[in-house]
Design a protein around this ligand. Structure first.
Ligand SMILES: [Zn+2]
Length: 138
């Protein structure tokens, strides 16, 4: 199997509901996301052009997550406060951990953005030392 990956970076805030420590407080990260695709080589010898990975997912991230707050739907106080801004916070059904954010990209966003490509995994770095990798279920 041949895979290709594209790294995308963005800035976002979040906080974790019911976290035992400092992640319960609103804070931000310079996230780095790696999207990994697989497939057969095309006539030019590519799985997919890197610019397609960047274009489709990068646009979605720029619109929805970059310079935004990503919040649990139960975080009603912060949602109410931030909803007064022009850019509304991004609401997840789950706590915005790196794991849940990567699962959301893989399972909820990639099927729509990449109906023609197999996305093998999403790796999401919350910091240079802390990251998660979620893989598609075969
Ligand atoms: Zn955090």
């Amino acid at each position: 199997m041949i895979t290709v990956s594209r790294r995308l970076e963005f800035d976002a805030g979040h906080r974790l509901m019911r976290h035992e420590s400092k992640c319960a407080f609103l804070h931000g990260h310079r996230y780095a996301l790696e999207i990994e695709a697989s497939g057969n080589l095309d006539a030019l010898g590519r799985v997919i052009d890197f610019s397609v990975l960047k274009g489709r997912l990068g646009d979605w991230i720029d619109t929805n997550w970059d310079h935004n707050c990503i919040l649990h739907h139960e975080d009603t106080a912060l949602i109410a406060l931030l909803s007064q801004q022009t850019k509304k916070p991004f609401i997840l059904r789950s706590n915005p951990t790196a794991e849940n954010m990567a699962l959301y990209i893989l399972n909820d966003i990639c099927p729509t953005l990449f109906p023609d490509i197999t996305i093998e995994s999403i790796t999401l770095y919350e910091t240079p030392n802390c990251f998660t990798k979620v893989c598609r279920t075969p």
